[in-house]
Design a protein around this ligand. Structure first.
Ligand code: FES
Ligand SMILES: [Fe+2]
Length: 381
């Protein structure tokens, strides 16, 4: 029996091997620009609810979902300074979760009560949190490119399937030639199908796509849920910004849905950066007046429209989500026929299965190292 059959490599619910594994890492949970100062909102990550808020100093913080008094939702409350006051009876909690005020209680009761607080930090336009026990791992979870540039965070999508199938897709370069053929944005990557190989590293997996001329395209897969790759100029940007480095973060909401938190580093400065930002403003305007990505995906799934006929500023997202979430809420891995082009997916599953089996059996897991700055993805042609 294969290891993958012994442990469920898709579940991240609390208490499952996958859930315990995922909780050992910093996870991207939100786009920074979508969290204004003084705002609090509910988030659901790894099948658990939390409160995310931004204090008046600009600091983002994750706390428990419910107030320890009588369980009101904390995001209903008020942000005061960097603290959050529960709307129900006014108990006030600081960033560490410590209760610092209880208007209707004895003065010494507050110091005995705390909400749970989770280490929270920001990197490359995304909010990250750590949900595990003990000290959070090294920061940042992965390095930004060393050259100057603009950080561009994509619109966040909630994708109705398990996180692992979209993660696996980022290890599947062959899909690009087919899924993204309509629209032509990825034509350069599709000209010559690469031979895929992959190797486990101290920090995750390094994948190579070797083309017939011998040139190699490297992509980095950071434990546990991020992929760093160089991608073509964005559709709708008319080539402005050129090929950019993208970091895909696939964060489970629960076992049947997850977030696409995608941030990128665009190698432009000065006047070129201004041109990029102007293009971006025009692009976002087009997205605002276009149909919602998931509405189009539903149309395609129902057979009301053909994927090849769709025009949309975020066409690549429609294509990817239609195919990957279309595999089912949790793809059936027992009945696949993997080929040699699936080599990287196989390596990744073996790593996950090995680590999760160790957790399930109470054995030590691998000590993952912070990803090194000097290992970067390559274009490969
Ligand atoms: S439930 Fe929050 S203060 Fe009472
Ligand atoms: Fe894709």
């Amino acid at each position: 029996m294969k290891r993958e059959d012994i442990v469920d490599i898709t579940s991240t619910r609390p208490g499952t091997p996958g859930g315990r594994f995922m909780r050992q890492f910093w996870l991207a949970v939100h786009r920074s620009e979508d969290l204004a100062k003084g705002h609090a909102k509910p988030i659901r990550i790894l099948s658990e609810n939390y409160t995310l808020y931004r204090g008046e100093s600009g600091r983002a913080q994750v706390l428990d979902y419910r107030c320890p008094h009588r369980g009101a939702q904390l995001h209903l409350g008020w942000v005061e300074g960097d603290a959050l006051r529960c709307l129900y009876h006014g108990w006030k909690f600081d960033c560490s979760g410590q209760c610092v005020e209880m208007p209707a209680e004895d003065a010494n009761f507050a110091r005995k009560v705390a909400a749970k607080s989770y280490p929270t930090r920001e990197h490359m336009g995304l909010v990250f949190a750590y949900f595990g026990d003990g000290e959070a791992p090294a920061w940042p979870p992965y390095p930004a490119p060393s050259q100057e540039g603009v950080i561009h965070c994509w619109n966040v999508e909630t994708v109705p399937c398990n996180w692992l199938q979209c993660y696996e897709n980022t290890a599947d370069e062959v899909h690009v030639a087919f899924v993204h053929r309509p629209g032509g944005s990825h034509a350069k990557l599709a000209a010559d199908l690469p031979v895929i190989t992959a190797e486990e590293t101290d920090w995750g997996m390094l994948r190579h796509g070797t083309r017939s001329d011998g040139k190699v395209r490297d992509t980095l897969h950071y434990m546990p849920n991020a992929t760093r790759v160089i991608v073509p100029p964005l559709a709708g940007f008319d080539g402005v910004g050129g090929w950019q480095e993208i970091y895909f973060n696939f964060t489970p909401i629960d076992d049947e849905s997850h977030l696409w938190l995608i941030t990128s580093h665009v190698k432009v400065t000065g006047a070129e950066a201004e041109r990029f930002l102007a293009k971006k403003a025009g692009f976002l305007e087009k997205v605002r007046s276009a149909p919602k990505v998931m509405d189009l995906v539903q149309d395609v799934w129902a057979g009301r429209r053909r994927l090849v006929d769709i025009e949309h500023p975020e066409l690549a997202m429609v294509q990817d989500i239609a195919v990957q979430a279309g595999q089912g809420r949790i793809a059936d891995r027992a009945n696949e026929r993997l080929g040699r082009s699936d080599a990287a997916i196989i390596v990744w599953r073996k790593i996950l299965a090995r680590e999760l089996a160790a957790i399930a059996e109470g054995r030590p897991t691998k000590k993952w190292r912070p990803p090194p700055r000097e290992v970067a993805p390559t274009l490969g042609f």
